[in-house]
Ligand binder design. Structure first.
Ligand code: CP3
Length: 363
């Protein structure tokens, strides 16, 4: 009789449980045959096939129609040998689903910025199956169709980053209106952050239940805060999100852009992986975070504009900084730029695999 290959059981050749995909193994700090790589904003405007679709369909429809969101999610996986997919959506999509009126121009613009207790109280709870059914459906579609069975990452915006858009009302360099609100209305700020934390915990749990195999919280703007305000407002709310995700059963990733000076605080979080922007060397991040967290990152998105030979040297440097201990997921330090040449991405992905697999040190 021919042995049946059952992915849930043991490998018929080795008799061991089947190896986890490299991305999930690295997130769990298990050793891997090569360093896995995915890229923040890997589905998006630098890809001709994305621009072709966007010429026919507006951005909001791409995020709210399950088939389209799934299609865009899978585009980069067809072109590159990436080790994970990330759901194509926006951090503001769940808030839009909860009834917050906003447009993308191209960054999020909120019709009535939140500045009063009455507006905070009026923000409803999220019911994912009712408010964002298309997100959950797109997760199911990606899981059924993704090339090479690549693991799928679900995500949400961290409470303080969402707070920046809700209070300011539009993208900003300094988010002055949001940051001054923390100081002028600290209790109201905490209440809004708590509400956002509970909503994002419920939203991410629903993503995992629909099939997301890892969950990432994007903290794009906490780097604007001094460490004390980061701890009091942003980190407290992040802890609340992760407390709400206890026993969710998938690896949790926290990424704080421009977070080098906040790493001592980030080290307190009960997460599996910390995403690091390009300003902090991974060796420094590893020392601060300790041995119980994996790191993700952290090539400067601008490095994709170097010559092919130079790009390899930059990759070698990131791999060397990550060191031989297990628990490194290669990524850029922030989202890929829309001007990036897709061929540079192909070279990056292939070289990360090649260089890390021939490294003498077992990862
Ligand atoms: O190539 C693209 O970026 C096109 C698609 C697009 C997204 N969001 C995808 C996205 C567009 C036009 C937006 C609107 C938007 N939302 C902007 C303007 C973007 C621009 O450059 O014109 C901004 C700033 C937001 C808010 C936002 N969305 C933030 C702060 C984050 C967290 C990550 C970060 O960059 O700091 C997002 C997440 C996001 N937007 C994702 C995607 C596909 C998910 C994460 C990922 O793919 O890595």
């Amino acid at each position: 009789m021919v042995a049946q290959l059952n992915p849930q059981m043991t490998d018929p050749v080795t008799g061991k449980p089947p190896a986890l995909p490299a991305f999930l193994a690295a997130a769990r700090r298990q050793s891997v045959p090569y360093t896995p790589i995915w890229i923040m904003r890997q589905a998006g405007r630098y890809l001709p096939e994305y621009r072709e679709l966007r010429a026919k369909v507006d951005f909001v429809s791409l995020t709210r129609k399950a088939e389209l969101a799934a299609e865009v999610t899978m585009q980069p996986l067809r072109r590159f040998d990436l080790d994970a997919a990330i759901l194509f959506s926006d951090i503001m999509t769940p808030l839009q689903g909860m009834g917050v009126s906003l447009e993308f121009a191209p960054g999020p613009v909120v019709k009535d910025p939140i500045r009063t207790d009455a507006q905070i109280d009026a923000l409803p709870e999220i019911v994912p199956a009712r408010d964002v059914p298309f997100v959950l459906e797109s997760i199911r579609l990606v899981r059924a169709n993704v090339p090479r069975g690549a693991p799928l990452i679900g995500f949400a915006g961290a409470p303080f980053t969402l707070f920046c858009y809700l209070v300011c009302g539009r993208p900003s360099k300094e988010f002055g209106a949001a940051r001054s609100f923390l100081y002028s209305n600290p209790e109201s700020s905490e209440r809004l952050l708590d509400k956002l934390a509970d909503a994002m915990a419920a939203y991410m749990r629903a993503q995992a239940e629909a099939g997301a195999q890892a969950l990432m919280l994007f903290e794009s703007w906490a780097g604007l805060l001094a460490p004390r305000e980061f701890d009091r407002f942003a980190l407290r709310a992040v802890k609340r999100v992760f407390a709400g995700l206890k026993n969710v059963g998938v690896p949790l990733i926290y990424y704080a852009n421009n977070g080098g000076s906040l790493l001592d605080s980030v080290a307190q979080l009960d997460v599996d992986v910390v995403g690091i922007d390009w300003r902090t060397p991974l060796s420094v991040a590893r020392r601060t975070l300790g041995p119980n967290k994996a790191v993700q990152g952290n090539l400067d998105p601008a490095a994709l504009f170097s010559s092919p030979a130079e790009l390899k040297r930059h990759v070698d440097f990131v791999l060397a900084e990550a060191g031989p201990a297990p628990g490194h997921i290669f990524n850029l330090g922030h989202g890929i730029w829309q001007e990036t040449d897709p061929d540079a991405v192909a070279r990056l992905v292939d070289y990360v695999h090649e260089a890390s697999s021939r490294s003498e040190v077992a990862r």
